[in-house]
Design a protein around this ligand. Structure first.
Ligand SMILES: Nc1ncnc2c1ncn2[C@@H]1O[C@H](COP(=O)(O)OP(=O)(O)OP(=O)(O)O)[C@@H](O)[C@H]1O
Ligand SMILES: [Mg+2]
Length: 238
């Protein structure tokens, strides 16, 4: 076996993050260890304030840890400059985060095209990939709409298309079903599961909703900045 097949896509070693609030220190993550193989659909569930968004921010190289390290394809993020981290975010990671809201003045098409502009893809290539991706999420007909003229579920499907259009190695989703009714939330997770299965996209989804774990290949729980049970529950997958 080549080295590529042996190493997990993502490895997290003893990861901690403290936030200082004046004299108070918040220990948001306290020594998290985790490996995520290529092709996984990992759901991390935990209550509000347990450290889920903090963990995704560190995995996505949006913030740096207080200690410990994140390895993506064997590369330690701590060793990369801010410029290299920005490049890695644009090329290798897709984000479905509420903090990366769709841009209201751009159409659905232009929102999904945006990450491809950052990568310098040609106009023709952009057009092919955007329309393919909108087709995948069932929004080919709505390419010219503005985000404000969409339902919550359609909005979230555009965010998924935007995260996947660059064909990233890893997609990070922070509460993708939040603010949706349970049926629409279910639909979004079904879409995530289908893209994971058919396009072999690796997903890490964090949620406070234990129901989302139904769609996981593997699931872990987080409480007070620590993963519980030292590990991962695996579900047999077709
Ligand atoms: N920028 C910050 N400065 C200070 N404390 C922070 C900051 N961001 C998060 N925290 C604290 O760190 C802890 C973990 O926060 P985090 O946002 O990771 O939780 P979460 O699991 O995503 O919660 P939620 O489900 O509500 O989104 C919380 O106690 C939170 O108050
Ligand atoms: Mg959060």
């Amino acid at each position: 076996m080549s080295k590529d097949f042996q190493q997990p896509l993502l490895k997290i070693e003893n990861l901690s993050k403290d936030y200082s609030l004046g004299k108070i220190v918040v220990h948001a993550l306290r020594g998290v260890n985790l490996e995520v193989p290529q092709g996984d659909l990992l759901v991390i569930s935990g209550p509000s304030g347990s450290g889920k968004t903090t963990l995704l921010n560190l995995i996505g190289a949006i913030a740096r840890p207080t200690s410990g390290d994140v390895f993506l394809e064997g590369k330690a993020l701590s060793k990369l400059s801010d410029g290299r981290l920005a490049e890695l975010r644009n090329h290798k990671i897709g984000f479905i985060f509420q903090s990366f809201a769709l841009i209201p003045v751009l159409s659905v098409y232009e929102n999904v095209e945006y990450p491809l502009l950052l990568l310098g893809a040609s106009r023709k290539e952009r057009q092919r990939r955007v329309m393919d991706m909108l087709g995948e999420v069932g929004l080919g007909e709505l390419a010219r709409r503005r985000p404000n003229d969409l339902s919550g579920g359609q909005h979230q499907r555009v965010a998924i298309a935007r995260a996947l259009v660059t064909e990233p190695r890893l997609v990070l989703a922070d509460e993708p079903s939040a603010n949706l009714d349970s049926e629409t939330g279910d639909e979004i997770m079904k879409l995530v599961a289908r893209l994971n299965k058919e396009q072999k996209v690796t997903f890490i989804v964090v949620t406070h909703d234990p129901v989302v774990s139904r769609y996981a290949r593997r699931s872990v729980h987080i409480r007070d900045g620590r993963l519980l049970n030292e590990g991962v529950e695996t579900r047999a997958c077709d």
